[in-house]
Design a protein around this ligand. Structure first.
Ligand SMILES: O=c1[nH]c(=O)c2nc[nH]c2[nH]1
Ligand SMILES: [Zn+2]
Length: 436
């Protein structure tokens, strides 16, 4: 797409307002970036400013709107192969019985290619323009995932997983291998010089990494100025296990902190059982949380109180956590975040505010960009940011949403968030390029 103007309804978040709905507006894109967002009365001016003709304008009729691309801050591309199955066990048994045996298969590049092609295609179709992926411990298969993401035109962080402890004999690395393979992976991806793709340092979780490895990974992240992702405090059994394994640490977050793994470029998945002290540490280090409500319910891990995290000023985004979470769509993450917050509110004092759909929308867009340190590039329709967007059509024939005369634009957007699916996502843009 060379340049274009969209004319109609725009919906996005700002720092002060979780959902701003702009009717009769224009949004101009050039060189992949948002050049202007204005009232439609400025159309003629905008056309001449961008050197465009009337046929470069895309008019969005009632029922259609433009919103920022969805940001999945935590997804295991490798686990897509068993999404929607294997949810009867709790986390630690689930890892042992399903996850590790399945992830071990990614040594086979053909198997990896098939799964990764399908996973990337599926999430892009569901409007995820930015994904923060876990792969597996295998460098070649993880490089394959990078190629697939690159060809699809998606924005992504991609992590080769590190595991040198408490892992089964068929799915483990030595500390030395893990260090060398990770640096090899990082340098290969950085050499590609693709502005949309970044390697992310990925210790699986504290029990799966020796302190020696975790410290090295903290050092590597600093050396190459890289983001970091891992899991924290997802279940009570896991928290107890971490206490036993690291008796010298104050708490779970302290294990990571001692290894310099809590930075303003770190995203930790779950955080269901974090103490106030740990959340304060997150705030002071700039560490963000990926809230994965579907996973927390599916594996019966617990319910993360998003309101508490937001009130403590910790950066928060949403994640599908495929396949702990069974749904690859961020629309599901939005809905489930609202539902989990509703349930939490039942046990709270009457002035407790559960998460609104507007706030969940922000977490899935601008919030995600903040957690990933990408808010200068994506997350909303601020002028100067790259154009990552979805053209939504709620009037699609045989679609999942019914629109009535009485529906306001606000209603239409809310219906899409609660009832819509990929059939309503008509076009997908990443950095100004139409990728679907
Ligand atoms: O939801 C999760 N999925 C995983 O793959 C994992 N590994 C450690 N902890 C984890 N939690
Ligand atoms: Zn996970």
């Amino acid at each position: 797409m060379a340049a274009k103007i969209f004319y109609g309804t725009l919906c996005h978040s700002t720092a002060d307002d979780p959902m701003v709905i702009l009717e009769d507006h224009i949004l101009g894109v050039k060189n992949g970036k948002i050049q202007l967002v204005k009232d439609s009365s400025y159309l003629d001016e905008a056309l001449s400013e961008l050197g465009l003709q009337e046929n470069d304008v895309k008019y969005l009729k009632k029922g259609k709107f433009l919103m920022p691309g969805l940001i999945d801050t935590h997804i295991h591309a490798s686990q897509y192969v068993y999404t929607g199955t294997a949810m009867e066990l709790h986390l630690l048994d689930w890892l042992k019985n399903y996850t590790y045996p399945i992830e071990a298969n990614f040594e086979d590049l053909k198997f990896a290619e098939d799964v990764y092609q399908k996973a990337v295609k599926r999430v892009l179709k569901n409007g995820t323009t930015t994904a923060c992926y876990f792969a597996t411990i295998h460098v070649d298969a993880t490089l394959k995932l990078c190629d697939i993401v690159e060809n699809a035109g998606q924005r992504a962080y991609i992590g080769k997983v590190n595991m040198d402890a408490y892992s089964p004999h068929y799915y483990v690395e030595t500390t030395q291998e893990s260090k060398e393979e990770t640096e090899k992976f990082v340098t290969k991806i950085l050499k590609k010089n693709n502005p949309l793709i970044k390697p992310v340092i990925t210790p699986r979780f504290a029990p799966n990494c020796t302190l020696e490895l975790s410290k090295y990974l903290g050092h590597l992240a600093k050396q190459y100025d890289l983001p970091i992702q891992s899991h924290i405090s997802e279940t009570t059994d896991e928290v107890e296990w971490v206490k036993e394994l690291f008796p010298g640490s104050k708490h779970y977050a302290d294990v990571y902190d001692q290894c310099n793994l809590l930075t303003d470029k770190t995203v930790m998945a779950h955080g269901v059982y974090l103490s106030d002290e740990e959340l304060k540490l997150f705030k002071s280090t700039g560490t963000g949380i990926s809230h994965c409500p579907n996973s927390n319910l599916s594996l019966r891990s617990g319910m993360m109180d998003a309101r508490r995290v937001l009130d403590m000023g910790v950066k928060l985004g949403l994640g599908t956590d495929v396949s702990g979470g069974y749904h690859p769509s961020m629309l599901d993450a939005i809905r489930t975040a609202v539902q989990v917050s509703n349930v939490i509110s039942l046990d709270m004092h009457t002035d407790y505010k559960s998460l609104s759909h507007r706030e969940a929308f922000k977490l899935a867009t601008l919030g995600g960009s903040e957690v990933l340190g990408l808010s200068d590039k994506t997350g909303n329709f601020e002028v100067g940011k790259e154009f990552d967007a979805l053209l939504v059509d709620t009037t699609v024939v045989e679609g999942p949403v019914d629109i009535f005369k009485r529906d306001s634009t606000d209603d239409i957007i809310q219906k899409f968030l609660f009832l819509g699916d990929d059939r309503n996502i008509q076009e997908v843009y990443v950095a100004g390029k139409q990728v679907l």
